[in-house]
Design a binder for this molecule. Sequence first.
Ligand code: AMP
Length: 216
Amino acid sequence: MKPRVIILLGPPGSGKGTQGLKLAKELNVPEISTGDILRRAIRNESSLGRKAKQFVTEGKLVPDEIMMGLIDERISEQDCNRGFILDGFPRTIAQAEGLELVLGKKGLTVNLVINFTIDLSSLINRLVNRRICSGCGKIYNLKTMPPREPGICDVCGAELFHRDDDREETIRERFNVYRKQTEPLIKFYSGKDLIKNISADGDINSIFQKIMDVVK
Ligand code: AMP
């Protein structure tokens, strides 16, 4: 089967990470979260991390050239041969155009863009209460999906952390950035007839079911 490239689009907190990980498991392909890659690089103080740190901390976008280099390298890895899911990339029209070029060189194309639709006002609460496992990346919510033991991942036992940019002031900036720079991608991909809208309101499993219906 030809590898499939699926993009998850949507505002911060709309469930791209949670659903992306589930979908990746189901399809047995990697989930590539550019946010996760950047956070890891920042934690490791790598040269990518040093370049990205200030942008990520302030809720701004890391420059397109840096992101294109990062994605080109990542999707050239062996595990992407069967296809992959992109979470958080592209985030600008320039990145979407760059992605077409990079995929074209590999004989690939974007097959599906799942756009998570949700009222922005309901997202602040989700993000303020979001906690992430530092080991396996599983995403929790202190109100709606808390871990069994506070601060500890149910799956792997590692510590949970609160993202520095999941604080109210930075969240507002990330929403502004999303509206200005990322939302135009909806039109970009609609024009190519690739978008499927999915309401991100509701419980995790029923949203996942809707995604599977679209993916099949
Ligand atoms: P996320 O985990 O997807 O919410 O990303 C966290 C942060 O990483 C964003 O607020 C940006 O600072 C940075 N980032 C992630 N993906 C991208 C991208 N495709 N382009 C630019 N910056 C990004």
